[in-house]
Design a binder for this molecule. Structure first.
Ligand code: GLN
Length: 245
């Protein structure tokens, strides 16, 4: 059993909306409960990334204003390393504004923010209300094993996957990528983007464990924990979205 999980949070202050930092706390706690040490690194504006410095790279959501600063920095200082990580099957998780920046571009009213093109997706700020509410999606993180992620979404941008893009999951309730095509998030091997806040992981403990197992390349599943509270939080989030389970 590996003794250490290293997580690198990109722009942890700028990209941390709706308490997305809670995802990091969740990973840390679940590792510690199992005797796995946890190391949290921060990568800020201007910092270069070493593709081998962490087992999981994480990018939270943000407002357009903050996203703009990060978008240009990602392209200038982190793009190549992130592509290298993706190519070797490394794990990258991005939420909402972070997810949008993994695509090709984010079109705002009067300018286009560049994305790093890790996912074949484009985001557009169209006319119309923000897409806000509780959301539940079905994902298949392991072949043949369909499970539900539940959370909350709040985004003005609508994301459209290109011909080479695959979604993270299928919308059961809520808007997902754009409120139209039934897709939610984007996935390319172990590069994962989603609109789900909640934060995502405290409401979906099974997914947090999948991330730890994948990041560490574990052959065996992690030791189960007493997840009574986590299961209740998941059930609540599903009920709120209208998909009880
Ligand atoms: N600013 C982006 C949008 O409104 C992302 C928002 C978010 O991260 N919640 O679409």
């Amino acid at each position: 059993m590996p003794e250490l999980l290293r997580v690198c949070a990109l722009y942890p202050d700028l990209m941390n909306i709706y308490a997305d930092r809670g995802n990091l706390l969740m990973l840390e706690q679940r590792c510690r409960w199992r005797g796995i040490a946890f190391e949290l690194q921060r990568s800020e504006l201007g910092d270069r990334l070493d593709p081998r410095q962490a087992d999981l790279f994480y990018l939270g959501g943000g407002q357009d204003r903050d996203q703009k600063r990060c978008a240009f920095d990602l392209v200038e200082t982190k793009q190549h390393a992130l592509h290298e990580i993706a190519e070797r099957g490394g794990l990258i998780l991005a939420v909402c504004g972070g997810y949008q920046l993994l695509g090709r571009s984010y079109q705002l009213a009067d300018e286009v923010l560049p994305g790093i093109g890790l996912l074949d997706a484009e985001t557009v700020r169209e006319q119309g209300p923000r897409l806000i509410g509780n959301v539940a999606i079905e994902v298949e993180m392991r072949p043949g094993e369909r499970r539900v992620l539940a959370g909350f979404e709040n985004h003005g941008g609508r994301t459209y996957l290109g011909p080479g893009g695959a979604p993270l999951g299928r919308v059961l309730k809520g808007f997902g990528n754009n409120g139209r095509d039934g897709f939610e998030g984007g996935r390319r091997r172990n590069v994962l983007g989603t609109y789900l806040h909640g934060p995502l992981l405290p409401k979906n403990a099974w997914f947090a464990d999948w991330l730890v197992e994948t990041a560490l390349g574990l052959a065996e599943p992690l030791r189960p924990l007493d997840d009574e509270l986590e299961r209740a939080a998941h059930a609540d989030a599903r009920r709120a979205a209208g998909v009880p389970g």
